[in-house]
Design a protein around this ligand. Structure first.
Ligand SMILES: [Zn+2]
Length: 319
């Protein structure tokens, strides 16, 4: 089993400044820190149908006194805290239109209420963590355990408290909810390139017959993911360099900008001159939007260096 010659995660940042201010761009981020743009609040019960939207509550005749989002879940479903914060109000009776509820003051200064609960699992004053189970959903209201059909109603106020801002002045929780976690597509391809790599000349790396693109996005489709490139090579003495290049395109497909990323240098050992070990990994997290595509280039540091195979493994999703 050949040993990896290097193992180093490459974080590419150079293109961010070039593209960041325009509609065309890419962001390269630390794993796990990707979900920020559209809000960070966790939905109470994950990805479930919305039976009545915030706007739907406002459109009622008469309008809802406390507009919010109704998530359709059966009674007894776990409800998770949207954010870190403190439980600042708790009602345990089924009376009035709210039924049982919990109120969460989030650490970022906002106020969330969960209505029509079956039960609460955290006491008044409790500090709770984002994602912690704080209640079970119900249908409580108007003095009954079944004052409504089963669902959880979530109201959000920005800043202040409902009493300061007025119950009708809630905002649409969905606008602050974290995008659903995408399910990545796993892809692995190996191409038998079997080419001598020129010394000192950047050479585009094919990933299939006459195909070079590692990832691409368009004006309407973004691509986000993480890719790793492995090479099987022989004749590696001084070694070779690898880099990823981002090309930005115009509407007719012409290249308008080329952004080579920092190169990674791969050194050989005496043993590798006799074998064909796999060299990996060159890893790249990426997020592409607008007409842009990525490809890899290599250049040899010594003569007679042959790359036999190129393997690209990707986890990605399009949006
Ligand atoms: Zn509701």
């Amino acid at each position: 089993m050949p040993q990896p010659i290097f193992s180093r995660r490459v974080m590419l940042i150079a293109a961010g400044a070039a593209f960041g201010a325009s509609a065309v761009g890419w962001d390269l981020f630390s794993p796990g820190l990707s979900a920020t743009a559209a809000g960070t609040y966790l939905r109470p019960c994950g990805s479930v149908p919305i039976s009545s939207s915030w706007q739907g509550h406002k459109n009622r005749n008469p309008p809802s006194g406390e507009p919010g989002t109704d998530y359709a879940v059966i009674t007894g479903t776990q409800i998770r805290a949207a954010a870190n914060g403190v439980i600042v109000d708790r009602k345990d009776s089924t009376t009035t239109a709210t039924g049982r509820y919990l109120a969460l003051r989030t650490d970022d200064g906002n106020y969330i209420r969960y209505l029509h609960l079956q039960s609460s699992t955290v006491p008044l004053g409790a500090r709770v963590a984002r994602g912690q189970v704080i209640a079970y959903s119900g249908a409580s209201g108007f003095g009954s355990e079944s004052g409504y059909g089963p669902h959880v109603h979530v109201s959000l106020w920005i800043g202040g408290t409902p009493l300061q801002l007025g119950f009708t002045n809630s905002v649409d929780f969905e606008n602050y909810a974290q995008p659903e976690d995408p399910v990545p597509i796993h892809q692995s391809s190996t191409y038998s390139w079997n080419a001598i790599v020129p010394v000192g000349v950047w050479t585009r790396v094919p990933v299939a017959a006459d195909l070079y693109w590692l990832a691409h996005s368009s004006a309407t489709v973004k691509e986000t993911g993480d890719l790793t490139i492995y090479f099987t090579a022989s004749g590696v003495t001084r070694g070779f360099q690898v880099r990823v290049v981002a090309e930005t395109l115009n509407a007719s497909g012409g290249v308008t900008n080329v952004a080579p990323q920092p190169a990674l240098e791969i050194h050989g050992t005496i043993a590798t001159t006799r074998n064909s070990p796999t060299y990996g990994d060159y890893s790249l997290p990426y997020s592409l939007s607008g007409p842009i595509r990525l490809f890899a280039e290599v250049r040899a540091l010594n003569g007679g260096l042959r790359i036999q195979q190129v393997t690209v493994k990707k986890n990605y999703w399009v949006s």
